[in-house]
Design a binder for this molecule. Sequence first.
Ligand code: AKB
Length: 316
Amino acid sequence: MTTKILIIGACGQIGTELTAALRTMYGIANVVASDIRKSESNVFSEGIFEVLDARDKEAIAACVDKHTITDVYLMAALLSATAEKNPELAWDLNMNSLLHVLNLAKDQRIKKVFWPSSIAVFGHNSPKKNTPQHTIMEPSTVYGISKLSGERWCEYYHKNYGVDVRSIRYPGIISWKANPGGGTTDYAVEIFHEAIKHGTYTCFLNEDTSLPMMFMDDAVRATIDIMNAEASNVKVRSSYNIAATSFTPKELTIAIQELLPDFTIRYEPDFRQEIADSWPESIDDTTATNDWNWSSQFDMKAIVSEMITNLKKVLG
Ligand code: AKB
């Protein structure tokens, strides 16, 4: 049977690049992109696009039937900072969209589900450094609460209904093609845009806040790899820790200054500081490595070089 993919939330930061990668892999006609509205990105200038609200159960089911979808990648979510401003909407979107898709899989209308979790599932009482796969999880943000609940639902649907759902806990994702929106790790993308456009950046986290980060290419590869892994190798059906690098705004600034020596930074921490302070500094991803061979390819230096080289071309 041909794999036919529906990406819900395709116009977001990860969805945009995931759509392009999946279309290269499975063929443009076999990957349906959908979002609440179509973005300007030329990824969506060809191929099928459906306007779809991830909270609309009937609309998702109709789209799945219309395109004989087998696999759903549910990328729609309100991220940590935006979710704090609108907790009820965040819970509605992040939770109900997942239950709609899990129920389609339970009813055998689709075969496989990818759903992203986040390092936000951890909280103040989790170990900060090399945070293990299994540990204390007491998230203090609405986003983290929705992601942890989602993880429990994924495991429950797998165990009780045999649903083939696969998930990874993304760290902050750094990319130059599509912008993030509403996250606490967004500074690590904004900093490059501002460095190139204005030579200076005001950071909303303090200089010593270490957070786990990953280049988009690694994140997309991890997503596709876990979906293509043998089902028996995907032993964790809540969500897998994955990691690439960790750095502070100060360390990132020094790395940027090696390529853009005149770049300057100021620090004006806001409400996102408290969110960042509740998250791990670094992540232990050995379970993902052991189970489905995960390993990252981009460290901080490689990320900085990719971001500056590519954004200089795009931003002029
Ligand atoms: C956020 O900052 O909210 C996200 C995440 C770490 O899940 N990038």
